[in-house]
Design a protein around this ligand. Structure first.
Ligand SMILES: [Zn+2]
Ligand SMILES: [Zn+2]
Length: 473
């Protein structure tokens, strides 16, 4: 009997430890992020401060079980994460007694360099010493400090092409997963993205919904995403394929000879698509070049060489989502990253994006977990596109069961690690109810609008609290 009852219980235990990924006491959000207990029990304000200046941060207990007591003594241990102090800032391991003022701690320090700072606080009450938490703050150079991180996905499919859900449903799910902005990129269809916009036009919704499409011009196997263009490119060759072929032929004439010889039609067709996207104010992204289709990678190697040499595309889809599993289950993202590093080693500038390429948000492991973070002055389309072109973006992936990974310029990756742990989880959690209500609105729930109005502005307010206002000199 004991044998029989032991085995299922054992299996249950194994399942419990493997299914959730990560500590069981910290449930993951749809984005894959975890809010650390310190960040649930306390506010740390601000979270981000200007580098090489003195700033004051406050650690504020939010709940009865973490209130500071006058009968306890408190000690802070400070550690700058990567740069040693040069201008008189605190050295690693500096300890300082803390006394609560109005129930909170105020810590004034010189935040040297662009880096993360750790403040571990312990409490001694009688003969019992406990660690209250490891509180983190990031200091930034003035250029990056003036910007904010905005998360988005602009390579996704709805049922207007081969996806599962309606455009409105996908948009709502994007907010539910914590995105600031999104665009649908249905195959050969710009209208799906407009339908997503129209579904929430005039409603109190903070998600920015932009237009997009995935362009597949005739006899050109390269997939190109038009993000944000003010009209579709697909209709141009659909309405007049003769003109498309004449214009591509003219482009071929102007191409210099290449070694090895490339498929000149395919190169010129890509250039034609990119030019049309630019005429429409959009960003032209080279989608999943190493996707495996028909038993080979989507883009011929010589053609890819030419793309990088000429910089014809605005950005590279560095982290791809749903299409990452080819026929042989190749890790296409591994290839894209290796290629990116190789091109950068040649001194090339390669703007990067991460996207989910979801074809069904409720069944995709990449949706909400593969995205781009743009560092921009605002979430307006022009600012986002400028950020990507100006190398101010990173690609993020948080595969199920794995930790979050960011790819892109080193400086931004380091900062993104902090954001993914200390800032964005709180943001994602606020977004969840907004996204759920957007989906309810799409289902015809007339009460959703009034509820959304109550939530509007909450994520912007969070950012305003987390970034210290800079006093004008
Ligand atoms: Zn594609
Ligand atoms: Zn796609």
């Amino acid at each position: 009997m004991r044998q029989h009852s032991f085995l299922p219980a054992f299996l249950l235990l194994i399942t419990a430890f493997t299914a959730g990924a990560g500590p069981l006491q910290c449930p993951r959000l749809p984005s894959g992020a975890i809010i650390r207990p310190e960040n649930r029990y306390y506010d740390v304000l601000p979270r981000v401060v200007p580098a090489d200046r003195e700033s004051t941060i406050e650690i504020v207990p939010l709940h009865g079980h973490v209130q500071f007591s006058e009968s306890c003594s408190y000690e802070l241990t400070y550690t700058p994460m990567i740069t040693l102090p040069q201008q008189g800032g605190w050295a690693p391991g500096t300890k300082q007694a803390l006394v609560p003022e109005n129930g909170r701690f105020r810590i004034t320090a010189l935040f040297e360099g662009e880096q993360e700072h750790s403040f571990i606080i312990t409490a001694t009450c009688g003969d019992k010493k406990t660690t209250l938490g490891d509180f983190r703050v990031y200091s930034l150079g003035a250029d990056l400090y003036a910007l904010r991180p905005y998360k988005g996905d602009f390579h996704m499919h709805s049922n207007r092409s081969d996806g599962v859900e309606s455009p409105a449903y996908v948009a709502g799910a994007c907010r539910r997963a914590g995105l600031h902005f999104m665009a649908l990129s249905d195959h050969r269809c710009y209208d799906g993205s407009i339908e997503a916009q129209n579904a929430f036009a005039g409603l109190p919704v903070d998600l920015r919904i932009y237009p997009g499409e995935e362009v597949h011009s005739p006899d050109n196997p390269v997939h190109i995403v038009n993000f944000g263009g003010n009209a579709g490119v697909t209709e141009l060759y659909k309405e007049d394929e003769t003109q498309y072929r004449e214009q591509v032929a003219a482009l071929i004439e102007s191409l210099p000879p290449t070694t090895p010889e490339i498929n000149r039609f395919q190169y010129a067709a890509c250039k034609w698509v990119v030019d049309r996207i630019h005429e429409r104010g959009g960003l032209a992204m080279l989608a999943h070049p190493y996707w495996v289709t028909g038993n080979r990678n989507n883009v011929d190697e010589a053609l890819l060489d030419a793309f990088f040499e000429t910089g014809v595309f605005d950005c590279l889809e560095l982290i791809s989502g749903d299409s990452r599993e080819g026929i042989l289950k190749n890790d296409i993202n591994g290839l894209q990253i290796a290629r990116y590093e190789q091109e950068r080693a040649k001194g090339r500038r390669i703007p990067v994006c991460g996207i989910s390429d979801t074809h069904g948000v409720e069944r995709s492991e990449a949706f909400g977990r593969y995205y781009t973070v743009c560092f921009a002055p605002s979430v307006e389309l022009a600012d986002l596109i400028a950020a990507i072109k100006d190398l101010r973006s990173v690609a993020v992936e948080c595969a199920v069961g794995d930790i979050e990974r960011a790819y892109g310029p080193y400086r931004l990756v380091r900062y993104t690690h902090f954001l993914l742990r200390e800032v964005l989880p709180q943001h994602d959690e606020l977004c969840f109810e907004e996204g759920r209500l957007m989906i309810r609105h799409a289902a015809g729930d007339a009460s959703a609008t009034a509820k959304l109005a109550l939530l509007q502005g909450q994520t912007a307010a969070l950012y305003n609290r987390y970034w210290a206002p800079v006093a004008t000199p």
